[in-house]
Structures are given as structure tokens and as C-alpha cells.
Design a protein around this ligand. Structure first.
Ligand code: GDP
Ligand code: CA
Length: 319
């Protein structure tokens, strides 16, 4: 079985760890990772979602934090601070720095982000084929209004520095309209037996991937069933501030609204948490098969169970 999954950072990575557990040795997973969160810091290219996927699946993640390296130290950051060079609000540890140095060195030498990602994965052995959504630069910006007026800030500044405390007025994936899917992305989608949307942020993770011209259409046209899992449980994101960015695109933070926003043109099946059993009818009325199962990724075993439920639903909706 060839499984394709679109993924952001933490939610995507944790789900994929369960999915890897749930499949057989013959099955293969291709992950299309969001690069809209990418940011240039200290002259280095940082790809937060690709790194979270790589570290989580490769056993190098800081478990409790959900991002960054385990057993991290912070000497470089402290030294930068002595020089008065920021940003202080973005955490890059010493071990993590090595990843960004290798990536930036290879990009400067002319390799594409896909090639760099493949090279980094030689070390991390994530057990999946990890593709960036695009080799072209895409950067999600968020329009906000605060005491400094109305302006657009980088998504990382909105999320990490401002903690999404001000309302997001618009989400703009800058560069997405002219970006091309990375090599292998459309081919993987077309050849997939199952396509999964993990419980990643529907706007700034999955939404950004779908904003790359050709990817949404490829999913809609793919012979494989597309099944998603809700990142919203009981009317709130399990972790993070997805409700803020959902509001910016005019979507209610409920499991049903997120599914209906993807729409039956894209989604064939949708899993909601048992707490949202009442949402099943509304999702099915929208032409999307829906089941309620436990969706808390408390450990790998519970997450593998979610992955099995998604694969089972895919079998049921397969035309
Ligand atoms: P990010 O790029 O690090 O923000 O990660 P993703 O976009 O991949 O995932 C973020 C989403 O994961 C958030 O909207 C959370 O609500 C969701 N999430 C985190 N933990 C869980 C969980 O245990 N269950 C479910 N259903 N969703 C979760
Ligand atoms: Ca992200």
C-alpha cells in the first residue's frame, strides 16, 4: 500500500509515528511537508515543520516540547545575545543549529530543498519518504492590527513572538501562487492507494500545502480516497492556536466546520473525536463519510489506533 500524507509539524509528526506503527513492512509512506513556516534567521534557512517531522520520526525530538532537539544546549543563542543579535523570541539550540548550517550550506551550493531534505534524512532515517511541498520559497504571513497599525508579520512572529494573542485578519501564503510542487509530489499523489490528512493545522499547515498550485487539484483528481483526522476536539484545538487562524479564514473552530471547509470535493472521509459524535451527521450531510473515534495522541499505541481507523475508513469509502 502506498500512503501519501500531507503534514505540518507536531500534529503531523506525532500522527505519522502512529501510522508507521500501524502499517505492514510492504507499505510505504510519502510525506508532503509544509514549508510555509520556513524562516531565514542569522542567514540560515530554518524549516520548522520539516525538522519536526525529521526529528520526531528519527528519534531526535524533544518529546515534551514537541519541537527542537532532545538534550539541547543554548550556547550559540547566548553568544548571539551578547552581540545584541536576535531574534530572541525564536529558539534555536546548538544541536538544531547544525541542521540549519548543513541545509543552508547545501542550498548555497545549489542543491534544491528536496535534495537537501533527502540528504538530511540519510542521518535521521524517518522511515518515510519526506518531500517538501515545494522547492520554491513560500512564506506564510499574517495580517494583524495592533498599536503599530495594520501590517503583515511572518507567521513565526505571529505564533512564537506574539503567541497569536492579537486577531489574525488574513493569512497570506506569500509566494505560493507561483510555487511549483516539488519533484515527486504530484506523482506520489497520483500513484497513492490512500491519501491522509493528519490532524495538522487546517489553515497554516494543510491549507498552505494545498495553496501550491496543482496540489489541491491532484488530491481531488487522485483515484485514492482522501481521509482526514480532526485537529479540533470539543470546539478547540488540542494544542496551539488553530482557532485564531481558522477565524481569519472565516471557519468556525469545530470538527465539522473544518471538514466542510475542506469540502467533499477534496475529502472522502473524516474522523472526529468521540467527544464530537454529534458532528458526524453534519459532516455526512456535506457528502463526507464520518466516524467518531478517540483522537487524542496520548502515546504511539493510541495514535496507531487512530491511523488504523483512518485506513479502515479509506477502505469503506473507496469507490
Ligand atoms: P505545527 O506545524 O507544529 O503547528 O503542527 P501541525 O500543523 O502538524 O499540527 C497542529 C495541530 O495538531 C493543532 O491544531 C492541534 O490541535 C493538533 N493536535 C495536536 N495534538 C493532537 C492530538 O492529540 N489529537 C488531535 N486530534 N489533534 C492534535
Ligand atoms: Ca508549522
Amino acid at each position: 500500500m502506498r500512503i501519501v500524507a500531507l503534514a505540518g509539524g507536531i500534529g503531523g509528526a506525532r500522527f505519522l509515528r502512529g501510522l508507521r506503527e500501524a502499517i505492514g513492512p510492504e507499505d510505504e509512506i510519502t510525506v508532503i511537508g509544509n514549508t510555509g513556516d520556513d524562516i531565514h534567521l542569522y542567514g540560515l534557512k530554518v524549516c520548522p515543520d520539516l525538522d519536526t517531522l525529521m526529528y520526531t520520526l528519527g528519534g531526535g525530538i524533544h518529546e515534551e516540547q514537541g519541537w527542537g532537539r532532545a538534550d539541547e544546549t543554548w550556547s550559540i543563542k547566548a553568544e548571539m545575545k551578547e552581540y545584541g543579535v536576535g531574534p530572541e523570541w525564536f529558539g534555536l539550540g546548538d544541536r538544531d543549529f547544525a541542521t540549519h548550517l548543513v541545509r543552508s550550506q547545501m542550498l548555497t551550493a545549489g542543491y534544491t530543498l528536496s535534495q537537501v531534505t533527502e540528504a538530511l534524512c540519510v542521518r535521521w532515517k524517518p522511515g518515510v519518504r519526506l518531500l517538501p511541498m515545494s522547492d520554491d520559497r513560500v512564506e506564510t504571513h499574517v495580517r494583524i492590527t495592533d498599536e503599530n497599525g495594520t501590517r503583515a508579520v511572518h507567521f513565526q512572529e505571529y505564533w512564537v513572538r506574539l503567541h497569536a494573542a492579537v486577531d489574525a485578519e488574513a493569512i497570506i501564503p506569500v509566494g505560493a501562487d507561483t510555487a511549483k510542487p516539488a519533484p515527486g509530489v504530484l506523482e506520489a499523489v497520483a500513484a497513492a492507494d490512500v491519501i491522509l490528512l493528519p490532524p495538522s493545522n487546517p489553515v497554516v499547515s494543510i491549507g498552505t500545502i494545498l495553496a501550491v498550485p496543482g496540489i489541491r487539484a491532484a488530491l481531488a483528481a487522485a483515484p485514492a480516497p482522501v481521509v482526514g483526522l480532526s485537529p479540533i476536539i470539543g470546539g478547540a484545538p488540542v494544542r496551539g492556536m488553530a482557532d485564531k487562524v481558522l477565524a481569519a479564514v472565516g471557519v468556525e473552530a469545530t470538527a465539522a466546520a473544518v471538514a466542510l471547509n475542506y469540502g467533499s470535493g477534496l475529502l472522502d472521509g473524516w474522523l472526529v473525536d468521540t467527544a464530537d459524535e454529534a458532528a458526524v451527521a453534519a459532516v455526512e450531510a456535506g457528502g463526507i463519510a464520518c466516524r467518531a473515534v478517540p483522537l487524542l495522541m496520548t502515546d504511539v499505541a493510541a495514535t496507531a489506533e487512530m491511523a488504523r481507523a483512518a485506513l479502515a475508513l479509506a477502505e469503506q469509502v473507496r469507490a
